[in-house]
Write a protein that binds this ligand. Structure first.
Ligand SMILES: [Zn+2]
Length: 105
């Protein structure tokens, strides 16, 4: 599958979602009307949690650019638990769900 090159300027939305791990900010940017990239940031910086959130966003983005269906990403990430519910990973799934399918959970 070919990866589309990123246009210089993309627009999207940033979702603030409170989780058991603190606030998670998930930015969903679109290109040509399709979700193109996701950035996930844990409110408190430093540590493995924020590194993993950043890596998760990058992995999602590379998947999207290679044609992965956002619905499959949501299904894969939904329900993953961490120390206190709702989980930070679930927050990423929620943001994608709301952004792409206008479903608020
Ligand atoms: Zn967490």
């Amino acid at each position: 599958m070919t990866k589309s090159p990123r246009q210089r300027k993309l627009t999207g939305a940033t979702y603030e979602i409170s989780t058991g791990c603190g606030c998670v900010y998930v930015t969903c940017n679109d290109q040509d009307g399709q979700l193109f990239e996701v950035f996930a940031k844990l409110g408190k910086s430093g540590g493995c949690g924020s590194a993993i959130m950043e890596g998760l966003g990058r992995s999602i983005s590379i998947g999207l650019r290679s044609g992965v269906d956002p619905a499959d990403l949501v299904k894969t990430l939904q329900g993953i638990q961490c120390h206190r519910p709702p989980s930070c990973v679930d927050a990423v799934a929620k943001a994608v769900l709301e952004h792409v399918y206008s479903v608020e959970k």
